[in-house]
Design a protein around this ligand. Sequence first.
Ligand SMILES: Cc1cc2nc3c(=O)[nH]c(=O)nc-3n(C[C@H](O)[C@H](O)[C@H](O)COP(=O)(O)OP(=O)(O)OC[C@H]3O[C@@H](n4cnc5c(N)ncnc54)[C@H](O)[C@@H]3O)c2cc1C
Length: 572
Amino acid sequence: MNNEKLFLGARKRVRETDAIIIGGGATGAGLARDLSRRGFECVLFERGDLATGATGRNHGRRHRGARYAVTDQVSAEECVKENSILRKIARHCVEETDGLFITLPEDDLEYQKNFIVACRAAGISAEALDPEFAKRLEPSANQTLIGAVKVPDGVVDPFRLTVANMLDAVSHGALCHTYCEVTGILVENAVATGVRVRDNLSREEYEVRAKVVINASGIWGGRVGAMAGVEVKMFPTRGSLLILGHRLNRLVINRCRKPADADILVPGDTVCLIGTTSIPIKFEEIDTTVSDREEVDILIREGALLCPEIETARKIRCYCGSRPLIADENDKTGRSTSRHIVLLDHETRDGLKGFVTISGGKLITYRLMAEMTTDLVCRKLGKNVPCDTHSVPLPGSHEPPDKILRKIAPLPPTIKAAIVHRHGDMATDIAAEGASATSLVCECELVSAAEVEHAVDTLAVRNMTDLRRRVRVGMGPCQGELCMSRAVGILADKGVCPPSGCPGELASFLVERWKGIHPLTWGETLRESEFIMWLYQGVCGIGPSDLEPGRVPGEAPGEAASTETPPGAPPG
Ligand SMILES: Cc1cc2nc3c(=O)[nH]c(=O)nc-3n(C[C@H](O)[C@H](O)[C@H](O)COP(=O)(O)OP(=O)(O)OC[C@H]3O[C@@H](n4cnc5c(N)ncnc54)[C@H](O)[C@@H]3O)c2cc1C
């Protein structure tokens, strides 16, 4: 597979295709993979970068469904099935951690009993542990716990997962158009015949025709539905998550009670995160909503009940996302709204042919959502090809890490482990890059110059924020203190931005990062952010005045003229 050629070629324009996918989250990328593997031509349009919606703004938890076992059996069963598939097909994107559901003195032990029964009914193995044993197993958990249940749990990197799906799709002929926004649906005689698109990089507008148009735009699904004249009632809620400076826990720690604020602590890469809140917001706020200090207080206060160290641990940033939930009139907070998958065939529902919406579900069920939608497209277009995405590994996941480690060129063991962790078997290309494979750009995440070059060459990186999503540069404990100035030099060498554009790139990156730091600006976090500011502004002379006039941080260069606010940056 030649990723470079395929990804760069992906901006190739077509006038007509079989299927158009609106949205480049995990669901859209999974759909592109499934459709293309079953022989359909398809084009994916994403208004920002891949995984800039809910996909890049969640816990990254690969739950076995235990969290929903008591309250939402359908979701729990979907999670169980997909979890074991993901372990097989996406091993470089997942980490097995197991999970612990703890009961505190103020909780009801009766809930734990029901929880175990519900888990087993959904096919989830749930083992009640002796509390003393549980405390030794996870020393970071609140040591006053009176009950604990161990479940098979894990974490998934949503960025890697989305990119791996898209790479496979592109290698099967799909086109991936990031920074291309669908601004209208073409409807003729009650048939959706295509879309109107605005290229957010070149500002060009054009139309593409298709036999089927698929709305996989997450929480924006209502807006896209309205473009086609159909109602898709979404329920936007803001969920905030707080990132802590290092991994406090080994297992995912959950509170064993009905889902509530700040009851999940998830370890991931070099950090861990506590979430989430659930605050209903207005639809118009989806693109601009940010976490506030009150939520940060809740996350720290409630989180410290799970793991007391949260109170004193270094806090890096806070970010938020909105789940793509279909509205339930009776649920005022969104906590009880089912997370199960909703596939709407607008032909049978609204009399509009050729238009389909896929929504609801979770990150962990993205593949199943794609399979269900592709099955529907097969029925509509009279094709009978079975799905194989449950059995064929994603690019990067063909070989186990130990085998890849043995195969790749000699490198310092830590760098070698980091690239295999992030790229799986695709790490061989990076390791072969000689001197640049050992020259570090980011010390926290052990990102080498070769890894940055590889991302720019093959993974559709258009700015520093895209680079962060691909290789985690600037996402680690130092949050980009020095690594970003090294990385931007490589971007300029590779022609992503002109050398004169580097200060603007850096300023844009810093201002974007500031959004997540802002709700935490006290104590150490304030001191650190002042230090980063001093480094970039005082030493390098770079500041907000270097921002391209009108450019919204996190946008690609040239996007400044955009009249609508594009998606911001996801976690890190
Ligand atoms: C706080 C929080 C925590 C969560 N935790 C977990 C978890 O631990 N585990 C789990 O499995 N799930 C979790 N989820 C749920 C999970 O994140 C989502 O269900 C999943 O990521 C949805 O993916 P998606 O592709 O359907 O939508 P999105 O990722 O939202 O993708 C939709 C995309 O459509 C694009 N788009 C919108 N309009 C247009 C347009 N007009 N033209 C082109 N593109 C457009 C957007 O930019 C966006 O990138 C969580 C969600 C939240 C908010």
